[in-house]
Ligand binder design. Structure first.
Ligand SMILES: [Cu+2]
Length: 139
């Protein structure tokens, strides 16, 4: 009786641990990634002003119940370069962009124009503090 329970417990533990071990291994192979969340309420992108180091991909994750997108403001006009643009990201999905050159990139959600965010890419950690103290600065 005790043995049966023990074997059953072991089976349950293996069922739970093995898939998550595989997921952890896959994640450890990934590069470090800056994370931004979509939110259903203001400021809609969290953080709304994201300062990331050059060389790091940026991931937007959608934990809301609606699809959202990420579209660099340069895509709106004829003059600006359109640096990044996603399709509509469904709930529980994410969108990753390759590392960007240093600069300030304002962006919005094409589906909900009220959603606006700023991505600032800096060369080094020391530049990061300087940018964060000037959230309104437009480089
Ligand atoms: Cu949206």
């Amino acid at each position: 009786m005790n043995n049966q329970i023990g074997i059953r417990m072991l089976f349950v533990v293996l069922m739970v641990v093995l898939p998550s071990a595989a997921i952890n291994a896959a994640m450890n192979d990934d590069m470090p990634t800056a994370e931004i969340m979509f939110e259903a309420t203001a400021p809609y992108y969290e953080p709304a002003l994201a300062v990331v180091l050059a060389g790091i991909p940026v991931r937007w994750s959608n934990s809301t119940a609606s699809p959202h997108s990420i579209r660099h403001d340069g895509c709106l006009t004829d003059d600006g370069p359109c640096v990044f643009q996603s399709i509509a990201v469904p709930p529980d999905n994410s969108f990753v962009i390759a590392p960007l050159p240093p600069g300030r990139y304002s962006y919005h959600c094409e589906l909900h124009p009220v959603m606006r965010g700023i991505l600032v890419v800096v060369e080094s950690r020391s530049a990061r503090g300087a940018v964060e103290s000037l959230p309104g600065s437009d480089k």
